[in-house]
Every structure is written in structure tokens, then in C-alpha cells.
Design a protein around this ligand. Sequence first.
Ligand code: PRX
Length: 655
Amino acid sequence: MADDTSSAVEPTVYPPSAESTARSVTPATVYDDARSDRLGYWAEQARKLHWDAPFESVLDWSRAPFAKWFADGSINVSYNCLDRHVIAGNGDRVALHWEGEPGDSRSITYAELTAEVKRAANLLTALGVRQGDRVAIYLPLIPEAVVAMLAVARIGAVHSVVFGGFSAESLRARIDDAEAKLVITADGGYRKGRISSLKPAVDAALEGSAGTVEHVLVVHRAWDDGAELAWEHGRDLWWHDEMAQVDADHEARAFEAENPLFILYTSGTTGKPKGILHTSGGYLTQASTTHRQVFDLHPESDVYWCTADIGWITGHSYVVYGPLANGATQVIYEGTPDTPHPGRWWELIQKYGVTIFYTAPTAIRSFMKAGREIPESFDLSSLRILGSVGEPINPEAWRWYRQVIGADTTPIVDTWWQTETGGIMISPLPGITATKPGAAQTPIPGITAAVVDDSGTPLEEGAGLLAITEPWPGMLRGIWGDPDRFVETYWSKFADVEGGPWYFAGDGARLDGDGDIWLLGRVDDVMNVSGHRLSTAEIESSLVDHRWVAEAAVVGASDETTGQAVVAFVIVKKRHRQTATEEGVDELRHHVASQIGAIARPRNIYIVDELPKTRSGKIMRRLLRDLAEGREVGDTTTLADTTVMQVISDSVGGD
Ligand code: PRX
């Protein structure tokens, strides 16, 4: 790294400062309280929300692993994020300081956001959207994205947000799987100084889709010069035209706590993304509780900024639902960190006086590379707490984050969780935990986890698999349309342990002598590139779909900046060998990017003659990973043909 900090003389543990302990919203006794009465603790947290009908039942686990939390209570998620704060007298508080990439900005109060969402709820109803209907949202990070999500939630419908960087084909698969009735999109959004178009991708997705979509609502964000957009009359509607025609008043009605709130697709070990289903009361309880505790939120004075896009779970739980349920003031930013200059993020922290900042290790590592003089030329003294999410943070990056961004005083919370968990599960708490660079440390109050061996026996110390040993309020309730896959993927590995079933997270972890948890990365065929989950199988099937390709194997190889990078090994059909030159490799990389999205574009593609397979025909990715990471190739004795690795290694070397 260009701008490293030496760890030899650095402390290995950073105790909380007296000041952070004094101002903590959470008392240190919280762990004991939660341990002595776990369900009572979660009930107490849930009661901080507004319930139209209070719940009696906290957890129903009688049909495990299908859980119900607060099942006899009723709640409106959108009311909790909006109206409640206005009624409490905080309508003038800014909810969103939005910053567009080109430099345009809007500050929106809770009263204004509530008014917009009420209108949008009326609009959705007018378009025939009802409780339980699915609405796909494919938008840049603009205020309308938040409005759309909260409006869908307000009428008891289910949103499926699709990251704007995903291709038309990925969007179509998600629209069809959820049988969406409506798509909300924009003409385009700003990324890296250019307009990236969205509506044309929706048009392409709907061509050849299953035909469930009745309308496409289009927010006007880009092309003030009126670029030509294809328009299907009767189907396509401008958001601003429609919003102007509906009533401004809307009373939120309550839905049962287990009413589905959203589906969010994420990559698994097969080629088909999984629609992770979350419901209302339990999810909102965990999102708001963790947001308050982990970031020590003081809503009347803090300015919070999470850099995630709403297309990911972090954007759902820690841009939309957690912060808004807590009445926080936050910054949201449409664009990329380096546009129009490499100090854009630090400039925004200075401009808005951000106190709590939450981002991913990949971003931190790329700032390290660019050099500390960039953040050092901005005033970052407002920062009080720094968070990390999405991938393991290496101790060097952790220390750099604390020293250069946090003036060597801010606590760092390294938060481990997943799309499936809905909210943070393992993290230090500022003001309470003595933090360790590189460790996510201990489960938050009310969560129980263990590091276990392959048979599910908990380890006292050492490396194993991460399991969650009791149900939690924000847990996924299923995979959309595929209950068997839900049971098989998450609950079958530790189904028979005492007190089970336990949830298998898919992550390796190490427990140290102090009982702290260190995450070691995925143990399945899921990669983590810049904190985003990608499936090896999905990229392999995209490659094989190309007419040149006979076979493909994809691995996640470690990468200094992005954590892991996609590396593909491809066998080209004999008749296309000639064409598979340098240019051919670019064509294949482009093919993957256009089929799945730019995040899936392989860093390297090696054209090889063979792939390493066991006698039963299974590809041994472990050996390919050794090659991709430039290591000595490991044990090859289980290969059907042990000379294969030499052949592959020769062709990779000569690439
Ligand atoms: O491998 C873990 C890694 O990201 C995976 C979850 O990915 P996703 O569902 O996309 O959610 C990302 C944002 C919550 C996990 O299985 N991961 C997430 N946070 C951490 C992490 N690995 C190490 N440390 C973390 N703090």
C-alpha cells in the first residue's frame, strides 16, 4: 500500500474514551439485560416503535425455521419512519441532505418527506397497487428512491429494489421472479461524471419478460435537453405528472407484523439469485435498535452518513429504515467518491458536519492508495464514530481509517451481518467495547452466535464456521417462492444440533482467547468483490452462454483493493480458438458485464485447454485460486488427471 501505517508500535486494543462512554445512549448493562431475558429484551426494543395494535406474542418458533415475531401486533413501517416524528414536533428536522453528483442538492425535512410519501402512496393506490403486490424499484440514489420505498411500505405492498448497476437481463430476472406489477425508475442518473441511463434498460427488460408489469413510473432526473426516450403510451408514466394529480393526504393503515416488507435479491451458490424476504415488525425493530446502539445515535444533534446504495441491504437497513425510524438527519449522495475530484466524500463530510460515517473497507483501501493528503485537506473534525461493513477489514486499513479520518480518537465499529440477517449481528458498541483492529468482536445484545466445527460443536478457541444459534427479529423469513431452498441453504447444515436448528451463515470465523470473533470470508462459492456478493456459478453460466465458450470456472482471488476479484478460466470451443486473442478476452469480459452488470466483470480471464476436475467431474476451484493468487498449487492428488495443473499453469503464465 502506498500509504500504510506501521502496526509494530500500534496498540492491539483501543479502549473507549471516557467521553464516548459518558455520552453513550446504551448503558453497559445492556448485554446482561439481554442475556437474562432475551425475548423480553427484544420486546422492550420493539415497544420503542409505534404499534397500532400491541403484540402479546414475541416469538413463535414452533414451525422452525419459519419464524414469526410480534405476530399478533400490527404496525405501519412508513408511519414509524415519518408521521410519528412530525407528530412528536420534529417535522422541521432535516431527514435527508441529498447531494447529486453534478453538485445539485436538496435538504428535505421530515414534514416534507412525509408529505411526498403520502402523495406517492395515493399514486400507487391509484395505479392499482394493493397489499402484497410487488413493486420493482430501479433508481439512482435520489430522494425519490426513498420516497418510493416508503410509499410501497405504507400501503402494505412489497418492494424489490434492483441496484441501478445491474443489467437489463438481471432486472428482467428479478421482475419475473417476483411477478412485479409496477416498475419505478428514472430516465437516468449521474455516475462518474456521465449520465447512466436506466429507462432504456427497463424497456429492454420488459421486452420478453413474463408480462406482469402494468405500468412504469419514470422520475425525471437526467437529460434536461429532453433526450429521446422510447415511451409506451398507456404503460409509461412520468412520476411528476402523476404526483401532481393525486391527493396530498393519506392515512397510514396498520398491517400485521409479519406482512412482507421487501424482497432483495442476492447471489447464492447457484446461478439463480435468491429473493430474500423480509417482513415488517421484527425487521424494523432490529434495524432501528442496531442503528441507535451501534452508531450511538443522538438524533437531535448527529448528522449520519452511510455511503451504501439503496440497491443493497445496507441501503435498506442503514439508509432508509433504521435511520428514518430513529428520526435521524442523514446525508445521501448520488455519485461516486472520486467525481468530480478525489476528495468529494471528505468535502461532503465538511459541508454537512457529518458526525457518524459508515462505509466499506474497499473504499477505505482505495483512499489509502490515493494518499492521506486528500482527506487531510478537509475539516473532518465533526466525525465522532466510524463504521465498516461488507467484508473483513484488514488491521492496516482499520488503523488508517481511525488515524487519518478519525483523528485517532473515533471508535470504529466493524459490523458483520448479511442480506439475510436484515440488521447488524456482530459489532463493537462505541463507549462500551474496547475495539480490536480487524475483529467484528461480539454479537450485539440479544443475538447469539457460535464458531463451530463442521459437525456443529462449538469451539472454545480457533477457526471454524459461523452459526447463529437462536432466531432474531430481523431474520429473513424465506426465499421468495422457494421454501425448500431456504431450509436447505441456511438451516440444514446444523439442523440436528441440540437446541437447533441453527442458522449457517456461510462464513468462516475464528474465535480468539478473549471470545472475540474474527471473520475469515465465505466458505462457499460466493465471492465478495468490493463488499458485494457475487456467485461463481452465475458468472460461469454467463460465460458459457457466449458462443465461443465450451467450459468456464470462476474463482474469487484476493485483491489488494477490492478484497476479492473475479478471475475466470475458460475453455474455448475448437473452432473459435483463432478468435480468442487479446481482443477475445475483452469481448468475454464485456459479455459478462452486459449480462449481469459491471460489478461482475472479471478482472482476468485466462484461456486454458483444461480445467482441474476430480474423478467425479467436480471442478477444484481451490487449485485455480492458488494459481490466480500466484501461490504454489496445493494438493492435486484427488484430480482425475494430475498433470492438468501444469498444463493450465503454463497457459496462464503465457497469457
Ligand atoms: O462474508 C460476509 C461479508 O459479506 C457477506 C454478506 O454479504 P451481503 O449479504 O451482500 O451483505 C453485505 C452487507 C451487510 C457476509 O456473509 N461481510 C459483511 N460484513 C462483514 C463481512 N465480512 C467480514 N466483516 C464484516 N464486517
